[in-house]
Unconditional design. Structure first.
Length: 270
């Protein structure tokens, strides 16, 4: 997860006035007149992240939600809590808790190993054994770990579950944009590389149906267009890209794709 405190250069205990001061200073440093034009795209991304961090940390409720999700807390122990959890090997509630405990305390390998072992059990449903807040946070941490390991499909399913849960009953609703960005990154750049066309289109259509906003939906249609073009299905590629542009006009990196498919400015306006 992005560290907004590092991006803004402030501490968790910083006052609002300090957050505002740091934001103004860093925004001034990123001003186009002070930058090399060749790196405009990098400066734009840095400014976007800076504004995103400021919007969260300057808003009391958003900051509170962010701190809940971002700061992993070690559980104070008067005894070896982890060993106690491990000893309750027949109790799904304690074993589920152990996965979460290890993720929070940077024992990612042990957490993933236990998760995979429990996943084989028909009785293992994490949401039954955890409070909703912990359940969603645990899914998020698991998605991060599986993505690092290149298991993109698992990571995607965790993120999709969080997204659907948030739509139904928002809790970390200020982070819905980050969940959307992660799903978009997985689908458009990582997960579909090893899939055939049919399965790839199915996952993209599923993401489109989830309605993650114009930007994400536009990118999903763009990815569809790329896949259809690679498969020689130029008409479907054209339809997909045009649909993506209708939904989100600012799609990046489409000039060459439009030329390959044969989309003109006239057809784009239709």
């Amino acid at each position: 997860m992005k560290n907004y405190y590092e991006i803004l250069g402030v501490k968790k205990t910083s006052k609002l006035s300090e957050i505002k001061q740091s934001f103004r200073r860093k925004a001034k440093e990123l001003h186009p007149d002070l930058q090399d034009n060749e790196n405009d795209h990098l400066n734009d991304e840095a400014m976007r992240l800076l504004i995103e961090a400021y919007q969260v940390l300057s808003h009391p409720q958003k900051k509170k939600d962010y701190d809940k999700l971002h700061f992993r807390k070690n559980v104070p122990e008067s005894f070896n809590f982890r060993e106690f959890l491990k000893s309750q090997s027949e109790d799904m509630k304690f074993q589920t808790r152990l996965i979460f405990y290890d993720l929070l305390n940077f024992r990612e390998d042990q957490a993933i190993e236990l998760f995979l072992n429990l996943y084989e059990s028909k009785d293992f449903e994490m949401n039954k054994f955890m409070e909703r807040e912990d359940y969603l946070e645990c899914l998020f941490l698991l998605s991060e770990e599986f993505e690092k390991r290149g298991e993109y499909l698992r990571a995607y399913h965790f993120l999709k579950t969080i997204y659907m849960e948030e739509l139904e009953n928002p809790f970390f609703h200020h982070f819905i944009d980050e969940i959307t960005d992660r799903i978009r990154s997985l689908l458009c750049y990582k997960m579909l590389k090893s899939m055939d066309l049919e399965n790839s289109i199915e996952y993209l259509q599923e993401a489109i149906d989830l309605d993650m906003g114009n930007k994400a939906t536009g990118h999903f249609y763009k990815k569809m267009a790329e896949l259809y073009f690679e498969a020689g299905l130029h008409e479907l590629a054209s339809q997909s890209l045009l649909q993506g542009l209708r939904i989100y006009k600012k799609l990046a990196g489409i000039k060459k794709l439009k030329q390959k498919i044969g989309i003109t400015e006239f057809s784009h306006k239709l």
